[in-house]
Design a protein around this ligand. Structure first.
Ligand SMILES: [Zn+2]
Length: 380
């Protein structure tokens, strides 16, 4: 079987949509008008992604406030924030260019998602003629909604985590029920958990193992057959063409990451300095039997933060090299990250989000052609 490919999920929102979101936050347009802009962007995203030749597409997350906050708020500015949340939570991440992204703060229970990924997926699905995937947020990211040290009055951490696991399970099940062929769980906080950044206290609390166990509490509720199509995405972040944890050694993450009983992994790799070392780490740690499922590693062959378009030959070379360390029946190709995980992102290195969209589709096309080329070279 040729090398499989899969996108992470997001695409830059067109400038017109980003302006509509700002107008909505200012109360100048209605929710219906905003939805119409999201609809147009989702349709365009699906049509153009299908035109790249990729076998599985997404709607570019054009309706989501971000990969992490879609269950909680309609816009990043906090319009439509769910119950029991305040805007001033922990920093999720401080990026290398100095900007940061902040999570809401839980003020009480019970914790419930306001929006499930399937609610957004279902609106986009009619535009697709190919199978679609959906990304969901990891429970380990939403763990950070709860105060880092204190207990909330009348709502213990354990009660919160029980509710969170139920909601995360529901998010995944609903996505499959709505017709998603694959569901990947965004786990960008995994690598960040070893950063030990004094400006961002949770990154100094050795939370990686807590995160892994929490995510497995959800993943283990699914059968091996279901888990074949449940993935995990890891990356050092990707926002405003900047990262948050590129300096954290993958050796601190990958052995733990493959302990999650997911069927596949979407792994940032194109922008790594020493790729062969990471291929080897993957080969050493990926499991052929994760409670009944053989894990597949989709290695990143496209850098969504860099406007330079990779050639199919470069993609193929990377995959052929990776195949020296990872069995070909456990090897796939992906992009290092979504092309714009947050809705408001002007893609500064690209010059504009609209140009960045054009670049993204060319890059996806290269990923497809490169994977086919590598499959031919490897004789699979
Ligand atoms: Zn990512």
């Amino acid at each position: 079987m040729p090398i499989l490919t899969e996108p992470v999920g997001s695409l830059p929102r067109p400038m017109k949509l980003q302006e509509a979101i700002a107008s909505y936050d200012r109360g100048e347009i209605t929710k219906q008008q905003l939805t119409a802009e999201q609809d147009a962007a989702a349709r365009d995203s699906i049509e153009r992604m299908e035109a790249t030749g990729t076998a599985i597409v997404s709607d570019g997350e054009q309706r989501a406030s971000s990969f992490a906050t879609y269950p909680l708020t309609d816009t990043l500015a906090g319009t439509g924030l769910a119950d029991n949340l305040a805007a001033d939570g922990q920093y999720f991440a401080i990026f290398d260019d100095g900007h940061h992204r902040q999570l809401p703060r839980l003020t009480g229970g019970p914790f419930r998602y306001k929006t499930y990924a399937a609610d957004l997926f279902s609106q986009s699905k009619p535009y697709a003629t190919k199978p679609m995937k959906q990304a969901v947020i990891a429970p380990s990211m939403l763990y950070l909604l709860y105060p880092l040290k204190d207990e909330l009055d009348g709502y213990s951490r354990e009660q919160f985590l029980a509710d969170l696991c139920d909601e995360a399970e529901k998010d995944i099940r609903k996505a499959f029920e709505a017709g998603a062929q694959r569901v990947s769980i965004d786990f960008t906080e995994g690598r960040l958990a070893n950063k030990r950044d004094a400006r961002n206290p949770w990154t100094g609390e050795d939370l990686l193992q807590t995160f892994i166990e929490l995510n497995n509490r959800v993943i283990d509720r699914f059968t091996p057959e279901e888990r074949r199509n449940i993935g995990i995405h890891t990356c050092p972040g990707g926002d405003c063409d900047s990262v948050h944890s590129g300096e954290v050694d993958y050796a601190e993450l990958l052995p733990s990451m493959f302990q999650m009983n997911a069927g596949y992994f979407l792994i940032q790799l194109a922008s790594e300095g020493d790729k062969e070392r990471v291929y080897q780490l993957i080969g050493d740690n990926i499991r052929t039997d994760a409670n009944g499922v053989k894990q597949v590693a989709f290695v990143g062959v496209i850098d969504p933060l860099n406007p330079k378009v990779e050639t199919p030959e470069e993609v193929a070379d990377a995959l052929v090299t990776a195949a020296r360390y990872i069995p070909t029946d456990q090897l796939g190709a992906t992009d290092d990250c979504g092309f714009s995980p947050f809705s408001i992102d002007v893609k500064p290195k690209h010059g504009s989000p609209d140009f960045a969209r054009d670049i993204a589709f060319r890059k996806i096309s290269s990923r497809e052609r490169g994977a086919r080329l590598a499959s031919e070279q490897l004789g699979i």
